[in-house]
Design a protein around this ligand. Structure first.
Ligand code: NAD
Ligand code: UDP
Length: 352
């Protein structure tokens, strides 16, 4: 079994990716501080695990801790060697992700997202582990670029969150340039990950105020929130509402599995940035319509002013990911709406 460290593996994208990797026979060591997740994910993953010949316990270990804790990280790498399961690669999800919070608390975002990554990368160097898949984001692109956004678009983030993602990508590039070290690096630049595993057992469990459209939609459907506020109806789009590239969380999880497989097969060093999106834009009104149809429900909404910092249209050019990884999104907007609502119905209070 190949041994992989997953930072932030208890979170939304991390937990779905863990399931995909468990299914494919990897041994996972997860480190998570639970600042935006819950240890209850372990029972959920265990119950969904219908794996290989190993038991869940033989394939999955979750450690509570912070990626800024150098001593803890060292002990994780050391223990893995002592157990004859040295860590071969890292999938690095851990970090803070609220654009709004990053603007109000920039030093925290630089400390966790960049400082935490530096600590992790230093320990990886020390323990000769030089394969990494990094969670990057489409928010790093210049917001004036026209969609579909290719990996060649200018990198020019306008908020602190995006700047920390771009900074880590830059750091990774410097590591790769040092050929003596032989790093294999893939930055996955996610567009809008949404939905949940089709079982409804794991999903997105946002803490605090909800900012993103899909979890908000779920809350309106459940009646916990009275109505959806749509930020602007005068964007230069077909129906005047903002357009995004919504990708099913299990398709995103599958992209991580394929990226990891690609890295571990690769003989030489490498540095790749790949857009992970469907390549298709969907407006807010289109998403609401599909959600209502698939789930036979009504989503009350009102139009309010545009949200500061929003762009009209953002969707991916995803050819590089599809051709390099042999990856293809298999689920559509209806699957997203059905699975996302199932998670919400079964878990109105998240993991608590
Ligand atoms: P999430 O908050 O659900 O998951 C992140 C996990 O990291 C959480 O479990 C959290 O507890 C943990 N964590 C945070 N700081 C930590 C620290 N210092 N040490 C250890 N654990 C820590 O978020 P997500 O949506 O699953 O996102 C995962 C990654 O993908 C993040 O890096 C995020 O920036 C990036 N990303 C997310 C999106 C999105 O729309 N969800 C889009 C682009 C990129
Ligand atoms: N949006 C909205 N109401 C909300 C949240 C989001 O109308 O309560 C819109 C937002 O303006 C954008 C789209 O939905 O056009 C997706 O927003 P989200 O925050 O989910 O993703 P991002 O803008 O970060 O890509």
């Amino acid at each position: 079994m190949r041994s992989i460290l997953v930072t932030g593996g208890a979170g939304f994208i991390g937990s779905h990716t863990c399931l995909e990797l468990l299914k494919n026979g990897y041994y996972l060591i997860v480190i998570d501080s639970y600042i935006n997740s819950s240890p209850k994910i372990v029972q959920r993953l265990n119950s969904l695990f219908s794996g290989s010949r190993q038991s869940f316990k033989e394939q999955f270990k979750l450690i509570k801790g912070d990626i800024r804790d150098k001593i803890l990280l060292e002990s994780i790498f050391k223990d893995a060697i002592n157990n004859k399961m040295p860590i071969e690669a890292v999938i690095h999800f851990a970090g803070l992700k609220s654009v709004e919070e990053s603007v109000f608390n920039p030093s925290l975002y630089w400390e966790v997202n960049v400082g935490g990554s530096i600590t992790l990368l230093r320990i990886m160097e020390q323990y000769n582990c030089r394969n990494i898949v990094f969670s990057s984001s489409a928010t790093i692109y210049n917001c004036n670029c026209k969609s579909p956004l290719s990996e060649e678009c200018e990198i020019k983030p306008i908020n602190t969150y995006g700047q920390t993602k771009a900074a880590v990508e830059n750091l990774l590039f410097s590591l790769y340039k040092n050929k003596r070290m032989d790093w294999r690096i893939i930055n996955l630049r996610y567009f809008n990950p949404v939905g949940a595993h089709s079982s409804g057992m794991i999903g997105e469990d946002p803490r605090g105020e909800i900012n993103n459209l899909f979890p908000y939609l779920n809350r309106v459907a459940s009646g916990a929130i009275k109505e959806l506020r749509i930020f602007g109806n005068n964007w230069p789009t077909l129906d005047g509402t903002g357009v995004r590239d919504y990708i099913h969380i299990m398709d995103l999880a599958n992209a991580h599995y394929l990226a990891l497989k690609y890295l571990l097969k690769k003989k030489n060093s490498g540095f790749l940035s790949l857009n992970i999106g469907t390549g298709k834009g969907t407006s807010v009104l289109e998403l609401i319509k599909t959600y209502e149809e698939v789930n036979s429900c009504k989503i009350p909404f009102i139009f309010v002013d545009r949200r500061p910092g929003d762009v009209a249209i953002s969707f991916a050019k995803n050819n590089l990911a599809t051709s390099t990884l042999g990856w293809k999104p298999k689920r559509d907007l209806s699957d997203i709406c059905r699975d996302g609502w199932k998670w919400e119905k079964l878990n109105p209070n998240g993991y608590t």
